[in-house]
Design a protein around this ligand. Structure first.
Ligand code: NAD
Ligand code: WQD
Length: 336
């Protein structure tokens, strides 16, 4: 089976690539390296000892993308490519609508041209907005509160209409909070810009790149007052895409799944686990709440367990252990 990964050089894409190669799929990666580094190729080859194709192509470029389809003829596309910063999406919303929405429409057009009828799409728990109940199941209303979330929801809707109209197949995965790295320490989260997510910032404090962590709020209605999230090991998340491929063998053509663990941890808990695993103090200061943040977000992952036969296996300690290992070996990401 031939699988095309858009954004396959990125954080989640590269971990998924490792799982696909381990499962003997033929893989072609398309990435413009806007938030990744060509170094990922040798790292993935080092882990898997397998070959795959790579094309430096932007998904918004119809002709270049068509050429890749012409030669590789993918049967399934896993679509990671996109921009993902909530903060940046407030400052530059059009970038998000162009790269995420227009890029996805362009991809679907090229898929149609080459009769590729199956897509797995990287969506996000951010589409739910402020939860009305917990844990969040897939029937929870969707109400994103930032341009990034709007762009993800728009693409979900476009993909649903595309699958219904043309009798195509789609698997929409709503990831909760991916963290961690491959246990080898060869691949992990790499960002060209200053990170905004909790774990990459704690990592920077750990290696002394930043003086302290700013904890955004200690007065939420949670047991210790800090925000709670469903942190999932990126390797577990990567494996959900293999489950997504197998889902296409079934009778139901299109569906949406939460990809999380079903367990939440607060910011203070994450800091305390990190300190224990890294054997180092992580200095922090408590600040006011961050714009757009919610108190708690935890997945109900039971639909993925029942219909994809997938569940998260690794622990939060595993994820943090692997995150520490990645950062120690690659203090500047791939730019060592
Ligand atoms: P990432 O930035 O590490 O990976 C995205 C990859 O896409 C990068 O390699 C980047 O160079 C590439 N890319 C971006 N625009 C492109 C374009 N126009 N053409 C070709 N390549 C392009 O991000 P990630 O964390 O691996 O996220 C992957 C997907 O998962 C994204 O769609 C993101 O929105 C979604 N997601 C991520 C998270 C998270 O917290 N990391 C959570 C939920 C959903
Ligand atoms: C987690 C917790 C913060 C940084 C975002 C996107 C979501 C998804 C994952 C892409 C919160 C607290 C954080 C810091 C802190 N990405 N925090 N100090 O906001 O849940 O989700 O990333 O789809 O769409 O919205 O993740 O890691 O930024 O924050 O106290 O310096 O850590 O307030 O409680 P978030 P996060």
């Amino acid at each position: 089976m031939r699988i095309l990964l858009t954004g396959g050089a990125g954080y989640i894409g590269s971990h998924t690539l490792v799982e696909l190669l381990a499962n003997k799929y033929k893989v072609c990666v398309v990435d413009n390296l806007s938030n990744s580094n060509i170094e990922f190729i040798s790292r993935v080859q080092n882990i898997t000892k397998k070959e795959f194709k790579f094309n430096l192509v932007d998904i918004c470029d119809h002709n270049a993308l068509s050429k890749v389809f012409e030669s590789f003829r993918p049967e399934i596309v896993i679509h990671f490519a996109g921009s993902k910063s909530v903060k940046e999406s407030f400052d530059n919303p059009l970038k998000y609508y162009k790269n995420n929405v227009f890029g996805s429409i362009n991809l679907l057009n090229v898929m149609d041209k080459y009769s590729c009828s199956k897509i797995i799409f990287s969506s996000s728990a951010t589409v739910y907005g402020n939860p009305e109940y917990l844990p969040i199941d897939e029937n929870h209303k969707v109400s994103p509160s930032n341009p990034y979330g709007h762009s993800k929801l728009m693409v979900e809707k476009i993909i649903k209409d595309w699958s219904t109209t043309y009798n195509n197949k789609s698997c929409i995965l709503r990831y909760f909070n991916p963290i961690g790295a491959h246990e080898s320490g060869l691949i992990g989260e790499h960002s060209h810009d200053h990170p905004n997510n909790l774990l990459p910032i704690i990592e920077n404090v750990f290696i002394g790149k930043e003086n302290n962590l700013k904890i955004y709020g200690n007065n939420y209605k949670t047991p210790d007052g800090s925000g709670i999230r469903d942190y999932i090991h990126v390797v577990d998340l990567a494996k959900s895409h293999v489950a997504g491929i197998k889902f296409f063998d079934g009778t139901k053509s299109s569906d949406v799944f939460n990809i999380g663990t079903g367990k939440g941890n607060s910011v203070f808990e994450i800091v305390s686990i990190y300190e224990k695993v890294a054997k180092k103090n992580i200095p922090y200061v408590v600040e006011g709440r961050r714009k757009g943040d919610i108190s708690e977000s935890v997945a109900d992952p039971s639909k993925a367990r029942t219909k994809l036969s997938w569940k998260a296996e690794l622990t939060i300690e595993d994820a943090i252990k692997h995150s520490v290992n990645w950062k120690l070996k690659n203090p500047n990401g791939y730019n060592n």
